[in-house]
Design a binder for this molecule. Structure first.
Ligand code: PAF
Length: 301
């Protein structure tokens, strides 16, 4: 089903119609007919500028960009979160067309998880049981499972993941590398609002006052960056404490504020030994009912 981009689109190269497929077999047949390279952008919809950046970054890298939109039930730990997840399919499809995607794949849960099949678990325990994994047991297993399915259905040459969900990115890279999957992982930098707030589908649930408080996450990361890069701080605990203080001063309820190894997310006793590759500062905090995450690489060359 082709959907034309709207006339307001100023990008002339984006004027091709986008193809929409719902069925797994339909998508496989479409994929089999494509010449050239394919990039897959897995999403759960409710697309914002950050997602569109994935399309823009992948377009020059691949001949065809396929965006999947699937609110994956196996990665939700609370069924009301799954029900409440925003679903904006029509708007999303238009946005994909405007940004230049060739195809949108929107399977349904029965197609992705046929009832008569025995389920499989894919896990990266060392990286998935910390931080986000603590309060959301099973979340990353659900992500790994659906991403593996999508990779097997689409068989892309490359797949993009955002640095915004840093832990997810580390886990997917581990799956792809350890299982020797023939796909390149394209990392897309976090897209921020003018004042620094990381773009997220959850930001739309913040009122004006909460929106100001939410900036505490970004400011905490900036404080950590200054401490490590300008003041030469090497004690992770000192940096973590500084991040907590900034978040608390913005009335953000701190989930975690940590400095970790950039690949394994393991704890560090000293920042200096790994600084050549940088260390990663990660924060999570609650503003009202909205839980936000963000991260920033500190140091590195
Ligand atoms: O990051 C997301 O939106 C989801 O976790 C993903 C990768 C699309 C899997 O459902």
């Amino acid at each position: 089903m082709p959907v034309k981009p709207t006339e307001t689109d100023s990008d002339v190269s984006a004027e091709k119609p986008v193809t929409i497929h719902h069925g797994v077999d339909e998508l496989r047949a479409y994929r089999a007919g494509l010449d050239g390279t394919v990039a897959l952008i897995p999403t759960m919809g409710a697309l914002h500028e950050g997602h569109l950046q994935h399309i823009r970054q992948c377009r020059p890298l691949a001949d065809h960009v396929i965006v999947s939109i699937f609110v994956n039930p196996t990665q939700f730990t609370q069924s009301d979160d799954f029900q409440a997840y925003p679903r904006t399919l029509e708007v999303d499809i238009k946005a994909c067309a405007q940004a230049g995607a060739a195809c949108v794949f929107t399977p349904d849960a029965d197609g992705m998880y046929p009832a008569d099949q025995v389920g499989v678990e894919i896990d990266v325990p060392a990286v998935s049981e910390v931080l986000e994994g603590v309060d959301r047991p099973g979340h990353f297993q659900g992500v790994c499972r659906v991403v593996t399915k999508l990779l097997n259905i689409v068989r892309p040459d490359m797949v993009s993941f955002g640095r915004k969900d840093y832990q997810q990115l580390c886990i997917i890279k581990a799956v792809v590398n350890d299982l020797m999957m023939p796909v390149r992982v394209v990392e897309v930098p976090t897209v921020r609002e003018a004042d620094g707030l990381a773009m997220s589908s959850r930001n739309r649930r913040l009122d004006a006052e909460q929106r100001k408080r939410a900036l505490g996450l970004f400011k905490a990361l900036c404080a950590a960056k200054r401490l490590v890069e300008e003041d030469g701080e090497t004690d992770p605990q000192a940096v973590e404490q500084a991040m907590r203080s900034v978040m608390e001063s913005h009335q953000v309820r701190v989930g975690y504020a940590v400095v970790r190894h950039p690949k394994t997310l393991s704890e560090l006793s000293c920042i200096e030994p790994v600084l050549t590759g940088g260390v990663i500062a990660l924060v999570a905090g609650q503003v009202g009912k909205v839980r936000l995450i963000d991260n920033m690489l500190l140091g590195g060359n």
